[in-house]
Design a binder for this molecule. Structure first.
Ligand code: FE2
Length: 185
């Protein structure tokens, strides 16, 4: 389940309904997806896409997405640091950024117009839709692993436009995960 934080306020939001409502207020759609049948996290991309075909097709119809793929990132990914350097600077796209986490973790920061920066720590089963034009950046978590389904309205629209604001440098890319919860509560 995703964990939402407002670092400037020291506020954390957990729980599916609260996360959905909180993100909805800043224009981010949040969903939890279940596969139509069990599929191993390491299954071929085609098998992963097939297991989530109903959800993918629903979103395609609603959002005008024309393609879906599966991206794999792990510590063994060639040129991982160079790839991550492109993601972790504040940017926006000319199309929506839609990500469903199949395996691993990811940390999105969103900088909504007129609202405090919000971080979204995502794990398997979480989907977010970041609308086109929304300022954001992305980091991996400590496992340096993420497998995600991506939906595209136009593959050429994915190119990032950087703000060079430096805002991203003010936020620690820290994922706490379940270990952040003290063991005695
Ligand atoms: Fe992006």
């Amino acid at each position: 389940m995703a964990v939402v934080r407002f670092p400037d306020e020291g506020r954390t939001v957990t729980g599916e309904a609260a996360v959905r409502e909180t993100l909805g207020r800043v224009g981010i759609d949040y969903e939890r997806w279940q596969p139509s049948h069990p599929v191993p996290a390491g299954a071929p991309a085609e098998a992963v896409l097939a297991a989530y075909a109903a959800e993918i097709n629903r979103l395609k119809a609603a959002g005008g997405y024309v393609t879906a793929d599966v991206i794999d990132v792990s510590p063994e990914t060639p040129n991982l640091d160079a790839m991550l350097a492109k993601f972790r600077k504040e940017h926006w796209h000319d199309e929506d950024e839609v990500r469903f986490i199949v395996k691993g973790h990811g940390l999105f920061h969103i900088a909504p117009k007129g609202s405090d920066v919000v971080s979204i720590e995502m794990e398997a089963g979480d989907l977010i839709r970041v609308p086109r034009g929304t300022l954001h950046w992305f980091n991996l978590c400590g496992d340096k692993t993420v497998r995600a389904i991506r939906l595209f309205q136009d593959v050429s629209g994915w190119a990032p436009h950087y703000t060079d604001s430096g805002v991203d440098a003010g936020y620690q890319p820290v994922c706490f995960g379940v270990q952040y919860i003290p063991a005695d509560i």
